[in-house]
Ligand binder design. Structure first.
Ligand code: KG4
Ligand code: ZN
Length: 361
């Protein structure tokens, strides 16, 4: 079936068309189009997303992005079998625009429509990789984005508990705030990762904390780490307002900060995988685009399962969303709509109409 997915929970107007079906008893997806209209310029001067400005831009971009998504998929709205739209969580003004514009389309075209949980979307993004192995449960998922840092214990894609979450800043938010502090553009994840990848001989001896890493449980906290970077910058460069940081020191600072975040995320995820005897571990959310996180979590999982001490002799499967589909996109929302639709009765499906969905924040 052809599914239209709409995502406007933050600052990306993202609409995709996917073809979804089953092949060899597992869901199989083909992304026919995936259009993302970002708003980096709108929010750049504020160093974070301004909800009302985001809503204004979604309203402006919705129709052109929809038309482009249909055109690139070489399809028409009449050929769409199901629509999924993010209804929660997210910025309320942003969601209102996307949900109600999509509702209007569903009404006009008389199409079934489902309200989708954005975080389930980040989980489903793992299925959009053609090469992905069949997911075996129980699974542990780490969702790390600009708004969330969560560890999820999954019995299936639609049946899960959140076992840990951040108590303050999300991991992506910490990247964004540290980037702002040291004069890198928003969103901060990609430029910090790029700086961290530069070779640097400098050792700043920052000794940044790994908050919560050695505490029991699966909660996170990143605001102390962000503050530790702030104090280090203040002490070393005399100011936190536009500090003048030499290039090689900036690279070393970014690498140290990124490593502190990655250490905490890897440690907690591996502990959860042990405790819940996970057969699969997966990643989701914008920070899952981080190459060091992807690599180091994979390495830690590969070393985690010596067959002699674990009951399960099989190594843990490790799933990653395709690099470009880690950040917010419509394809992951469409894929989630497919999974939800598959679990519904005929009666529930007949009620999946525009009247039954609304923003859920
Ligand atoms: O999932 P997402 O696109 O939007 C939310 O739902 O929040 O995540 C955006 C976040 C931003 O904070 C951004 O800085 C971060 O993901 N991010 C990264 C990378 N790419 C995006 N963080 C670290 N490394 C990256 N390569
Ligand atoms: Zn997201």
């Amino acid at each position: 079936m052809k599914i239209l997915g709409v995502e406007t929970s933050c600052d990306d107007t993202a609409i995709a068309v996917i073809e979804a079906g089953k092949s060899r008893n597992k869901p199989h997806f083909r992304v026919l189009s995936n259009i993302i209209s970002g708003q980096v310029d709108t929010h750049a001067e504020f160093g974070g997303v301004v909800p009302t400005l985001a809503a204004r831009d979604h309203a402006k971009n919705f129709a052109p992005v929809l038309m482009k998504a249909l055109k690139e998929a070489e399809t028409t709205i009449e050929d769409i079998d199901l629509i999924g739209v993010t209804t929660h969580p997210g910025l309320m003004p942003s969601l209102v625009v996307g949900v109600h514009a999509t509702r209007a389309v569903a009404w006009k075209e008389d199409k079934p429509i489902l309200g989708i949980d954005h975080l389930e979307g980040h989980l489903a993004a793992n299925l959009l990789d053609d090469e992905a192995p069949k997911v075996q449960f129980p699974a542990i998922a780490l969702i790390v984005s600009g708004g969330h840092t969560q560890l999820v214990h999954m019995r299936s894609f639609l049946d899960y508990d959140i076992i840990g979450a951040t108590r303050d800043d999300a991991a992506g938010e910490a990247f964004d705030k540290v980037a702002k502090l040291i004069g890198l553009p928003f969103p901060g994840g990609p430029p910090i990762a790029a700086e961290a990848a530069k070779p640097s001989e400098v050792n700043l001896e920052l000794n940044l904390p790994r908050p919560m890493a050695n505490k029991p449980g699966y909660d996170f906290s990143f605001s102390g780490l962000k503050t530790a970077v702030l104090y280090a910058v203040r002490d070393r460069y005399g100011t936190t307002e536009d500090p003048d940081i030499p290039e090689d020191e900036k690279a070393a600072l970014c690498a140290a900060f990124q490593q502190a975040v990655v250490d905490v995320l890897v440690k907690k995820t591996v502990s959860a995988a042990w405790e819940y005897d996970a057969k699969t571990v997966m990643l989701g959310g914008g920070v899952a685009a981080n190459i060091e996180l992807r690599r180091q979590l994979g390495e830690a999982l590969a070393h985690m399962a010596p067959a002699d001490i674990r009951d399960e002799a099989e190594p843990v499967k490790y799933l990653l969303p395709p690099q470009g589909l880690s950040v917010d996109n419509g394809a992951m929302i469409a894929a989630t709509a497919y999974l939800r639709w598959g679990a519904m009765s005929d009666e529930e499906r007949s009620r999946a109409r525009w009247q039954s969905i609304s923003v859920e924040v």
